[in-house]
Write a protein that binds this ligand. Structure first.
Ligand SMILES: Nc1ncnc2c1ncn2[C@@H]1O[C@H](COP(=O)(O)OP(=O)(O)OP(=O)(O)O)[C@@H](O)[C@H]1O
Ligand SMILES: [Mg+2]
Length: 182
């Protein structure tokens, strides 16, 4: 604990291919930020948001952009109330990540590229969606039928093929400390 009650909130916007590790990393980071750094943290996970706030949206480009916009709006409200939000959202389009940055405020927004190759993500296939996409049972799968626009200027790049979730979380924490966010 180091008395972060007075610190402003910020957003860790985690983008990456399905299976790259966004949700896993978000969970580990939340625990660390709460228990070791005294932060208040909320996870905005794409899958969860799609069950509620975005339940009317599909997977078209337009709907993915709307989904990201809604998440950025909630994230902005949290940040201005001192809450750290960890967004775990594929957010495949560069333009929607850029607009999230503008909605939230560039000084409170960190883009985290949760990076793993398509081959590794497909091998992990934690939800079995790549297999379904290859069989044509689902369409609009990011990385298979739909594009993923890699970040070119992410604030933090976490290569999840190079270490487990704890090592990845430690790297993010180190970077946050370096930037005086913690
Ligand atoms: N360094 C790491 N960080 C996070 N996950 C990792 C790491 N190394 C291996 N993994 C594994 O990769 C898988 C990532 O799955 P996860 O559900 O977190 O992906 P996701 O990016 O949230 O996918 P989706 O976009 O489909 O929700 C898990 O099985 C996790 O254990
Ligand atoms: Mg996930």
């Amino acid at each position: 604990m180091n008395g972060n009650a007075t610190k402003e909130g910020f957003t860790l916007w985690m983008t990456g291919l399905p299976g790259s590790g966004k949700s896993t990393l978000a969970g580990v980071l939340k625990t660390k930020l709460e228990n070791e750094h005294g932060m208040r943290v909320e996870i905005l996970d794409g899958d969860e948001v799609r069950k509620g706030l975005s339940r009317d949206l599909g997977l078209s480009r337009e709907d993915r952009e709307e989904h990201a916009w809604r998440v950025s709006f909630v994230s902005k409200l949290l940040a201005r109330n001192g809450v750290v939000s960890i967004v775990a959202l594929i957010s495949p389009y560069r333009t929607s990540r850029e607009s999230a940055k503008q909605v939230i405020g560039p000084e409170r927004f960190l883009e985290v590229y949760v990076k793993a190759s398509l081959a590794v993500c497909e091998m992990r296939d934690p939800k079995g969606l790549y297999a379904k996409a290859r069989k044509g049972e689902i369409t609009n799968m990011t990385g298979i039928q739909d594009p993923y626009e890699e970040p070119t200027d992410a604030d933090i790049v976490v290569e999840t093929e190079k270490g487990g979730p704890d090592a990845s979380a430690a790297l993010v924490i180190q970077e946050l400390q370096r930037r005086r966010k913690l």
